[in-house]
Design a protein around this ligand. Structure first.
Ligand SMILES: Cc1ncc(COP(=O)(O)O)c(C=O)c1O
Length: 401
């Protein structure tokens, strides 16, 4: 492994060269079935024909204009994205390049809305323990996990963390004298696929509306069809004030988006915010191809059905290593009796033999996380689960032994 990169990632020993569908191939020609989708990015798998065509045609036409102007493709993408989120009440969008950048935009919208409507001193943003909102200083400040905070202070002031699914704690934290916004993931991704209960989300929407506190859903991992509805918040029947998206939105090309509904759509004005690459034509062309494929009721129903297939198959094993299966659609986690990382390593090592390997994620020490591409077939799901069962058996079962 090369050491030119800063040592920021806990990497597995594999270097990929290409991909097709739900499969990746490494530099030695070994194949791996992908249950990760690049952590919810390659939602249409690898080399999806409509995505390849959109990116290559756009690259030959126009790949950047500065934000003094618009491009036809960014305009078409923005219109389609706002329309896709209209059911959740979204009216306008700002295009960025990453999830952290989208959440920075959300924080700025929340703070400026409160300042304009309620005056200074009311700038606190409440987030949940176990949340993950990004790696910039402000989005780290928003992230309710101490493990990410060590070494990087001082942080952006004005964030408070509360336990998830605790309506009493939420009621107390949403003090309208000091609080501008509440940001949450409908299903927390990085901390182990942990959903908020419908009662909690309904109460949050009610409290925020009553107190004029902006409700922001970070849908960077759980949005864009991942849980079987275009936005995860739709399943709760709530209309947030702000929604952020990134990851799978352009199927693998860097992108981010912050959307705002009626209350906050006009809050950011000229010179308030910007991003050199935001609205990049190639990302926009890719995003259009993703939206055309994913935002379709039959396609979304397929995501739910495939997710149920994975869940019911794993539950049906009654395997002594499997403690709990959680999540929704193709955003699933399995708590195991043992450590997840050795299973990820064995999934890679398996490809050294005559069989393919299996790519898995973890979310916590003892949790396997599945975020497969939406285009994975039933046959590939069954094949991957067969491999997973073998991996669980090969790592032994402390409880079963
Ligand atoms: C819910 C959530 N928000 C924000 C982010 C940050 O996104 P990015 O890495 O694109 O900055 C992530 C990344 O994992 C995420 O899962």
């Amino acid at each position: 492994m090369t050491d030119v990169f800063m040592n920021t990632y806990h990497r597995l020993p594999v270097v990929f060269a290409r991909g097709e569908g739900a499969w990746l191939t490494d530099v030695q020609g070994r194949r791996y079935l992908d249950f990760t989708a690049g952590i919810a990015v390659n939602c249409l798998g690898h080399a999806y024909p409509a995505l390849v065509k959109a990116i290559s045609e756009q690259a030959a036409k126009l790949n950047h204009v500065c934000n003094y102007y618009q491009s036809d493709v960014a305009l078409a993408f923005a219109e389609k994205l706002v329309a896709a989120c209209a059911g959740a009440g979204m009216k306008k969008v700002f295009l960025a390049n990453s999830g952290a950048e989208a959440n920075e935009g959300a924080c700025k919208i929340i703070r400026k809305y409160s300042l304009v409507k309620h005056g200074p001193g009311r700038h606190r943003i409440v987030t949940l323990r176990g949340s993950f909102h990004g790696r910039t200083i402000t989005t780290l400040s928003a992230t309710g996990q101490a493990v990410f905070h060590k070494d990087f202070g001082p942080f952006t002031e004005g964030f408070a963390y509360i336990p998830p699914n605790d309506i009493g704690a939420l009621d107390k934290a949403l003090d309208p004298d000091v609080t501008a916004g509440f940001m949450l993931e409908a299903i927390q991704g990085e901390s182990g696929i942990r959903p908020q209960s419908p009662e909690y989300v309904t109460a949050a929407a009610k409290l925020c509306a009553e107190r004029d506190i902006l409700l922001a859903f970070d849908e960077i991992q759980c949005g864009l069809g991942r849980t079987g509805t275009f936005l995860a918040c739709e399943a709760y029947g709530v209309k947030p004030d702000v929604v952020t998206l990134a990851k799978g939105l352009s199927g693998g090309v860097p992108v981010g988006a912050v959307l705002a509904g009626e209350k906050a759509a006009e809050i950011l004005q000229v010179s308030d915010h910007g991003s050199t690459f935001g609205g990049n034509p190639i990302a926009a062309a890719a995003g259009l191809a993703v939206l055309e494929t994913v935002n379709n009721p039959a396609f979304l129903a397929g995501i739910s059905r495939k997710g149920e297939r994975i869940r019911s198959r794993i539950q049906g094993w009654n395997h002594p290593q499997v403690k709990e299966v959680r999540g929704k659609g193709l955003m699933l986690a399995v708590d195991i009796d043992g450590e997840a990382w050795p299973i990820l390593e064995k999934g890679i090592a398996m490809a050294e033999g005559p069989r393919p390997g299996l790519l898995l994620l973890r979310a916590g020490k003892n949790t396997l996380r599945f975020l497969p591409p939406y285009i994975i077939s039933d046959g590939e799901i069954d094949q991957g689960l067969g491999m997973l069962k073998g991996l669980l058996e090969s790592t032994g079962s402390p409880r079963g032994s």
